[in-house]
Write a protein of this length. Structure first.
Length: 255
């Protein structure tokens, strides 16, 4: 009986190793793989991503399902090492009730990810990446987005949004919830801002077109262009020009 149990365990390990090997493609130096996950959830749940290096495209859809496609690139000189990194990637997924969590624990210099994620239209999303772009659209909920080296693009959202990038541009369009967003070194492009918003950049330009709620924009080293605002506007720049047209609300400007 012990021999049978040992044989079964060994066979299982060989099967798992073979599965990893088959899922990894490529040769020494560059390997690729794809992970596909699908979780049944309810509206109002949470998607949380932390410590993962890569780009994210997140969209709301009509299904009560979180669907994730993760395309992976691994830099490794041996297949065995690449398989070990791949195992750790698989272990980074965690589901508890109505919460889906992805948390990386591997060396970001060795791996690059490209995520495509669909979530229910009413869902809370928190994504933190240290080196990629974030695109989010058609989601209503509490939203938190942060990246150290990429752009953030938010479109067609409702609910509170907080966004920060240390080295990229910010773009918001058709957002109806309150927004607070900042970038340390990029431009900010705003179109159809229907909720109250505060936007700041330390070293870029700001463009705002069409706002119906109070908006504050500030830049330490760039110019500001504003057109078609029917609510209170506060615009400040320490080192650039301000061009404002078609404003029907209270306006405060400083340069």
């Amino acid at each position: 009986m012990k021999k049978l149990a040992l044989f079964t365990s060994l066979a299982l390990l060989l099967f798992v190793a073979s599965a990893f090997s088959q899922e990894l493609k490529g040769t020494s130096g560059n390997f690729t793989a794809k992970i596909e996950k699908s979780y049944d959830v309810s509206p109002g749940g949470n998607l949380t991503v932390k410590k993962v290096v890569g780009d994210f495209t997140i969209k709301g859809w009509s299904k009560n399902v979180v669907e994730i496609t993760q395309n992976i690139k691994i830099k490794s000189y041996t297949r065995g090492e690449a398989e070990e990194i791949y195992r750790r990637v698989l272990a980074s997924y965690d589901v508890y009730g109505n919460k889906v969590r992805i948390e990386g624990d591997y060396n970001g210099n060795r791996i690059r990810n490209d995520f495509i994620i669909n979530v229910p239209e009413k869902f809370n999303v928190e994504v933190g990446t240290s080196g990629g772009n974030i695109n989010l659209s058609a989601v209503e909920g509490e939203i938190g987005l942060s990246t150290s080296g990429g752009d953030i693009d938010v479109m067609d959202t409702a609910g509170r949004v907080k966004a920060n990038t240390s080295g990229g541009d910010l773009k918001f369009s058709s957002v109806s919830g309150p927004v607070k967003a900042s970038t340390s070194g990029g431009d900010i492009d705003l179109v159809d801002i229907f909720g109250e918003g505060t936007f700041s950049t330390s070293g870029g330009d700001i463009t705002l077109r069409n706002a119906t709620n109070r908006v504050r924009v500030s830049t330490s080293g760039g110019s500001i262009k504003v057109a078609s605002v029917s609510a209170e506007l506060n615009a400040n720049t320490s080192g650039g020009n301000i061009d404002i047209r078609d404003i029907s609300g209270d306006c405060s400007v400083s340069t």
